[in-house]
Design a protein. Structure first.
Length: 197
């Protein structure tokens, strides 16, 4: 019986190395950078990626943290019978952000919820590096970008450089629900449409 279990796990363990190499390359990291971030030697990481070293929990946990992925994704674990996604909301500046992407770096997707307020919030424009795309699902969003003051309704979208002073809030004090794509290095959202034939 034990031999059967070991045989079943071999293909899973053999797939870990290529998956680790692909994640490292997607993140644009060198073995030296991953070694510095995890405390695992470059030679161990190289052998792990090449299949010369069996993955252990002690090796995989720091790598999962550095790559920003769940441990299950590193080992290619089959999904359980529960199809629910367990998202962890982030509350900041009176808004709730629900991360929709789980990878580190690159464009991040969020569902952003602005609660209803008895009094409209006083705008407090902020700046930071990046580029943002906002799509309004429900409600009316007031968007200040530089010297522009815009109201977006459900179904409308806007994109802007976050180096410009900007602020988002409810236009009428009612709750607003949006989807947000944020690129920390200034990546813009690219929308492609097929040409008519």
């Amino acid at each position: 019986m034990l031999g059967v279990v070991a045989d079943d796990t071999d293909p899973v363990l053999e797939a870990v190395g290529p998956r680790l190499r692909a994640l490292r390359k997607q993140r644009g990291l060198t073995l030296a950078e991953v070694s510095a971030a995890t405390g695992t030697s470059e030679s161990t990481l190289s052998r792990l990626e090449g299949g010369g070293r069996r993955p252990t929990l002690e090796l995989l946990l720091p790598l999962a943290r550095v790559y920003g992925v769940p441990l299950d994704d590193l080992v290619g674990a089959p999904r359980t019978g529960d199809p629910r996604i367990h998202l962890k909301p982030i509350r900041r500046h009176g808004m709730t952000f629900i991360p929709l992407t789980r990878r580190a770096g690159g464009v991040q997707a969020f569902k952003m919820l602005l609660p209803s307020r008895p009094e409209p919030a006083e705008p407090t424009p902020q700046t930071h590096d990046g580029y943002e795309w906002v799509y309004v699902l429900n409600g009316r969003l007031r968007l200040l970008v530089g010297d522009r003051d815009i109201v977006l309704s459900a179904g409308e979208a806007a994109e802007f450089d976050t180096a410009l002073p900007h602020w988002l809030g409810s236009a009428d004090g009612k709750a607003v629900e949006t989807l947000v794509l944020f690129g920390p290095q200034g990546e813009r959202a690219h929308v492609r449409a097929r040409t008519a034939r």
